[in-house]
Each structure stands twice: as C-alpha cells, then as structure tokens.
Design a binder for this molecule. Structure first.
Ligand SMILES: [Mn+2]
Length: 229
C-alpha cells in the first residue's frame, strides 16, 4: 500500500499513532509532503525516526527548507558573515515556529546534526507515481493553474510556496496531492478533513492546530485520521 500525509509540524505522537493505525509495514510506502519540522516540538524526533526507514519518501516543505538552511548556517557556518546573516533570519524563523526545532537540534551531537542536515538535503521537490491505475502528482504545494500547465518554466520555489487554485481542475487524467494549506482555509466545511475536489487532494488537516492528522491510502483513496497531541 502507498500512503501520503503532510504537515506533521512536530506532532510526533500523532505521527506514531497514525503509523499504528494504518499498520505501516516494510512493504508499504509512505510519502510525507513536507513541513515535518517547526511549530510543534517533535520535528527532529520525527526526522530521526524516518531517516531509518527506507520506505518513507519525503518531499520538501517551506519549513523544512528554511530550517535546514538556517540550522546549517547557525551550527556550522562557513564564516563569520554567514553566521551573522543567520542570526538576523533566526528572528523571523523563530516567530514562524522555528524555535522548538532549533532547541532540539542544538541539543544533539555534531555528528547527529550533520546526519540530519544531510538527510534533509535529500528531500524531493515533487514526485509523480501511478498507483492502481491512478496517477498522482505530489508536492508540498503547487502554483496557480496557468503556471502549472507551463511546467518546464516553473521554479522549484513554486513547489514550496505556490498558491494552488483548488477551485480549478488542473489535469483531467491525474490527481494533485498537496499539503501546506490547512483544508479549513480551502473550504470551512472540510475543517480537520482531507479535501477532495477538482482532482485536487489536499491533505494538511491542520494537525498542529489541534485538528486530527490525516492520511490517505492511494490504492483505495481511503482516509485515516488520528486525534491527540
Ligand atoms: Mn508549508
């Protein structure tokens, strides 16, 4: 079976509960569509767990990108200027949920820090797979339809900070799975639930904001939810 979830944002307990709920096995594959770290305090713990699992594939979110860049600049700067620049950015990152990530990262050994940064550097920008005759394009987010249909000219940044048009169907023959935008912001009726409409599947249910963590099984389009911390 192939599963997708997104925007764990440090919710380690919900993540662990979900793996139990779906009975996640070595023969299964899990896609995590970004924003593993920040806001909640278990982001580094989730990374340490999934980096030992070859059947977990991560697609980068904007928080993962900023965190990796700043942690590297702060904890292993190339020079004094880079460190000073990182100190300035840290103020913004820390308001945007970076503090718990920074705190648990600096508590690790230098070797473990290097392992985590190198793992985060392996995250994909997007992926496209076929499961049970359905095609799924997956990324943290996507740009508006006109940009997306002009695929060759897209910038990688558009897959971590783009603003999807969930009211428009982009493709007739494939689903687009995204995180990044809590589903309550797409449609208030979808609060805490996966949004499926116009060949969009939006899976960020806002777990870190007290909503359930959602997960979708691509083989059957079945949805799973866990509540808790
Ligand atoms: Mn995001």
């Amino acid at each position: 079976m192939v599963y997708a979830m997104s925007d764990l944002h440090g919710c380690y307990e919900k993540f662990a509960k979900m793996l139990k709920k779906i009975n996640f096995k070595d023969s299964d594959t899990l896609y995590i569509l970004g924003d593993i770290v920040d806001r909640g305090d278990g982001g580094i713990k989730i990374l340490q767990d999934i980096m030992t699992r070859p059947n977990v594939i991560v697609i980068q979110g904007n928080h993962d990108f900023s965190a990796r860049r700043l942690l590297k600049m702060l904890c292993m700067p190339e020079n004094e200027a880079e460190y000073e620049k990182a100190r300035e950015h840290y103020a913004f990152w820390s308001i945007d949920g970076g503090q718990p990530t920074y705190r648990s990262f600096v508590a690790l050994s230098f070797e473990e820090q290097k392992k985590i940064l190198s793992y985060m550097n392996s995250f994909l920008i997007y992926d496209e797979i076929i499961v049970n005759n359905n095609t799924f394009f997956m990324s943290h987010t996507v740009p508006e339809k006109n940009r997306m249909l002009n695929f060759e000219n897209l910038l990688w940044q558009e897959f971590i900070a783009g603003e999807p048009e969930y009211d428009k169907q982009y493709f007739d023959n494939k689903y687009i799975i995204t995180g990044h935008t809590p589903t309550a912001f797409i449609d208030p009726d979808c609060k805490g639930k996966i949004y499926k409409k116009n060949n969009h599947i939006a899976i960020d249910c806002g777990a870190v904001f007290g909503n359930p963590l959602g997960c979708i099984r691509l083989d059957t389009l079945e949805e799973f939810y866990v509540e808790g911390n």
